[in-house]
Design a protein around this ligand. Structure first.
Ligand code: AMP
Ligand code: GLY
Length: 422
């Protein structure tokens, strides 16, 4: 098969690698890809909002299957657009993608379907919202409704922080805000829960826990993700049943009733408290860096899985997973998620020796004149698999030490809730 992957992050490189390992693949294109995908696929420079150009490319190249990695094109309706042009696409339609594109849409589904989630209120009037805050107990969570690259969520410790957050959102920091969401602050432990869905049948696609804060001990600013491990330590069959019955099934039933078409991964961000799951948010794609830690554990031929999913035959697939545990440590540019330098040479990368239980997935890199350069905040993902998570973590850290990239920053404590700090 001829396969295209849309996106340029670590998630897309890990998808590309899995496809590269398939027996059913003839040629792979990445739009636009990164320095890592350059080595195993054909990178094609097209802007992700240029649906027309993407469509023309896929038709000219006779692409059999297109996998959409990131949320933005999904929320903007790329799947509807390409499907109307008779292209096979792995990803949910525009209606279903509102699960991620509008936090308020998801909250309303929770209300209708009685899905456990943080208590909330929606305001369209700034003055009324500010007045309401005066009656709240803190901390409280203020959220912009739309996509905000992970930045539209404010955990507010006091009244004045929450007032500032509400003003920022209504002043248009994340685009025009018609409505705002104020949420109860949930305590507990977070878990990322994934399913694969062909609009009829779903399969649980493993669990993970990511670490979003930039510094060790979960301190500092929120990032796109500094590392993750799989499976989540919270994962039990009893909890999985509750998540499916109370959260996943009611959501899928709602989408079905509304005639949405959901093909692809669905990622539930959950808070687990006293073994009870609460939905924090939905993402309509794989997580990043969760994807990089989960996919290497999959034993199936990934092309086979995706093709069956797109064709509505997921019921025919039995997913099987390697026995070990997996960890992904992200190497970022120093200064990320604030100011950082780009275009810094990464020496030595191709000299690193890795075994067949290890992967180095690129994110913000590019390949120029036979050399790798940094090209973003999150630069590389070091993934190791082992029966023992602590050994896996040591393996990834040792690789980062060997690389010895002077512009790099990483956390040594990924997975600390299971294996302690280093
Ligand atoms: P989101 O962009 O919705 O994933 O939110 C980013 C992060 O904010 C989540 O991963 C949680 O750590 C935190 N968060 C969001 N909503 C809540 C909530 N209601 N209570 C506690 N933490 C939250
Ligand atoms: N790991 C968080 C995300 O992909 O949104």
């Amino acid at each position: 098969m001829r396969i295209a992957i849309i996106g340029s992050g670590g998630r897309e490189h890990s998808i590309c690698q899995k496809i590269y390992e398939s027996k059913n693949v003839e040629k792979i294109f990445c739009i636009p890809g990164n320095g890592g995908t350059y080595k195993i696929a054909n990178n094609i420079e097209i802007k992700l909002n240029d649906f027309d150009k993407i469509k023309s490319f896929l038709i000219t190249e006779k692409i059999d299957l297109t996998i959409v990695g990131p949320e933005e094109p999904l929320v903007n309706g790329i799947v509807d657009y390409l499907s109307q042009n008779d292209l096979k696409v792995f990803g949910p339609d525009k209606f279903c993608s509102r699960l991620e594109g509008s936090k308020i849409f998801t909250k309303k589904i929770c209300e209708i379907e009685n899905i456990p989630t943080a208590k909330f209120k929606i305001f369209s009037d700034q003055t009324k919202c500010l007045k309401y805050l005066e009656s709240c107990n803190f901390p409280i969570v203020v959220k912009a409704d739309g996509l905000a690259a992970g930045k539209g969520v404010y955990i507010c410790e006091n009244l004045s922080d929450s007032e500032n957050a509400v003003r920022e959102v209504f002043n248009g920091k994340f685009g025009k805000a018609r409505e705002i969401l104020i949420e109860e602050f949930l305590t507990g432990e977070e878990m990322s829960f994934f399913i694969l869905y062909d609009n009829e049948t779903f399969k649980v696609f493993n669990t993970a826990q990511d670490h979003k804060r930039v510094f060790e001990g979960d301190k500092g600013k929120n990032t796109g993700g500094m590392g993750a491990y799989c499976p989540s330590r919270l994962s039990t069959s009893k909890l999985e049943k509750k998540i499916i019955d109370k959260i996943i099934k009611p959501t899928l039933n709602f989408l079905k009733r509304k005639k949405g078409k959901y093909i692809g991964f669905l990622y539930a961000g959950l808070m687990i408290k006293n073994e009870e799951p609460f939905l924090i948010e939905y993402n309509v794609r794989m997580g990043d860096p969760e994807c990089q830690t989960i996919l290497p554990l999959l034993q199936n031929d990934f092309v086979d899985v995706v093709k069956n999913c797109v064709d509505g035959n997921l019921a025919n697939i039995e997913l099987s997973w390697k026995k070990g545990k997996s960890i992904c440590i992200v190497l970022t540019s120093k200064g990320y998620p604030e100011k950082f330098e780009k275009n810094v040479l990464i020496n030595n990368l191709e000299n690193l020796k890795i075994n067949n239980q290890q992967f180095i997935f690129h994110a913000g890199t590019k390949f120029n004149d036979n050399k790798f350069y940094s090209n973003g905040g999150r630069v590389l993902n070091f993934v190791s698999i082992d029966e023992n998570l602590e050994i896996a973590r040591d393996d990834s850290i040792n690789l980062i030490k060997k690389l010895n990239w002077k512009n790099g920053h990483h956390r040594n404590d990924i997975g600390y809730r299971v294996i302690g700090k280093k």
